[in-house]
Write a protein that binds this ligand. Structure first.
Ligand SMILES: Cc1ncc(COP(=O)(O)O)c(C=O)c1O
Length: 379
């Protein structure tokens, strides 16, 4: 592919980073039918659609139980609480993630303790966990960032030795596999976000916790509904955090398409990598042997990231930085007293990562145009 495109219409077309309208154009009729079904039932909370979605997602993730909640953030808060995390406890997590992974810990009055990431996968480095664990550590959160599973064998072995529950933050990686096992099936509990731009996105906020333990599932059902064990009888303080029937019905439609969408994402990623690998100075995503990446994001690394992003914006190519500020340097965690240099791999990633346009409906010529623009910038 040459660095200069002929002046075709494609050369002037905007390539968005994500295009939900393209997806709606292909499944709109199915979605409207599902929403109409809920309207006809006039049952909006804790009904048949939610229960069916819980079963279907649990099956998809290869676990016994699913508990629908109002968001991925709530899924994390409730999962941590169900695992026994309370005020004053410490929870290990990577500093390179969406802030919700940390704020869920803080919401319970517990302390996030950061462990640096691997520079090649952007996921938690188990060796770093060993350096940061203390007698107050009560749980560990493994984030499967961008759709790539974390190093679960090492994380599970580390947690088992210390009898720590493992919470998978599977907000970005539903459908991914680690040595054949689905993400969400390996930890004690796993948390899913159905935020609209996720690989399986609702038309609003929604989330789910999945697990194998019937006791944990029961506890989560209680916690999401005011701590009620029977109608109007509460055993402990809980939340109002339920996944509503309209979102559940929409998600059930979209779940039927998820595997096909995933294959499209993977083939777009392979095409990007084929076009970009000869491009010096661009590091394409690394998928370790035996892992299946679902490319919630296709994230490259370049030293002059900000200049590249501005250049691509000028060429009407949408890109995004997930995430520009590692958690330990965010104002929310100023009181923890961290400074630049504490987690060098997270800090460097925050300066260099750039997520290119990625969605199932992306077209071959759009990918080629993005790659051309990148090659033009890199010279
Ligand atoms: C890694 C990660 N954890 C947690 C969340 C929180 O999910 P939600 O936005 O559904 O609350 C997100 C979603 O943005 C996420 O990407």
């Amino acid at each position: 592919m040459s660095a200069r495109l002929p002046p075709t219409a494609t050369a002037f077309e905007t390539v968005p980073q994500v295009d939900l309208a393209a997806q709606y154009a292909s499944i709109g009729a199915e979605i409207r039918e599902a929403v109409e079904r809920v309207m006809a039932s006039q049952q909006f909370v804790l009904g048949r659609e939610g229960a069916a979605l819980e079963e279907e997602i649990a099956r998809f993730c290869g676990v016994a139980h699913g508990v629908g909640v109002a968001s991925g953030t709530d899924a994390l808060i409730l999962a941590l609480r169900a695992c026994g995390v309370k005020a004053g406890d410490e929870v290990l997590l990577p500093p390179f993630t969406f802030v919700a992974t940390g704020s869920a810990v803080s919401a319970l009055g517990a302390k996030p303790v950061f462990a640096d990431i691997r520079p090649d996968t952007y996921n938690l480095d188990p060796a770093e966990c060993a350096r940061r664990v203390t007698p107050r550590t009560r749980a560990i959160i493994a984030v499967h960032l961008y759709g790539l599973p974390a190093n679960m064998d090492a994380i599970l072995a580390f947690a088992k030795d210390r009898r720590l529950p493992v919470v998978e933050d599977n907000a970005q990686a539903i459908g991914a596999r680690y040595k054949g096992r689905p993400t969400g099936s390996m930890g004690d509990v796993a948390c899913i976000s159905f935020y609209p731009t996720k690989n399986l996105g609702a038309y609003g906020d929604a989330g789910m916790v999945v697990c194998n333990s019937p006791e944990l599932a029961e506890r989560l059902r209680t916690l999401r509904n005011h701590g009620q064990t029977a109608k109007y009888l509460s055993n402990e303080p809980g939340w109002n955090s339920r996944l509503d029937e309209i979102q559940a019905a929409i998600l059930r439609v979209k779940l039927r398409h998820l595997s096909a969408w995933q294959r499209s994402r993977q083939s777009h990623a392979a095409e990007y990598t084929r076009l970009l690998n000869p491009c010096p100075g661009v590091m394409t995503p690394h998928t370790p042997e035996g892992l299946e990446h679902v490319f919630h994001q296709y994230t490259i690394r370049v030293e002059k990231r900000d200049a590249l992003q501005a250049f691509l914006a000028g060429r009407k190519v949408g890109c995004a930085v997930y995430y520009p500020h590692p958690l330990h340097l965010q104002p929310i965690y100023a009181s923890l007293g961290h400074k630049t240099g504490d987690f060098p791999h997270a800090e460097r990633a925050a300066q260099e990562v750039l997520s290119l346009p990625m969605y199932p409906e992306l077209r071959q010529e759009q990918i080629a145009r993005v790659a051309d623009c990148l090659q033009e910038f890199m010279g």
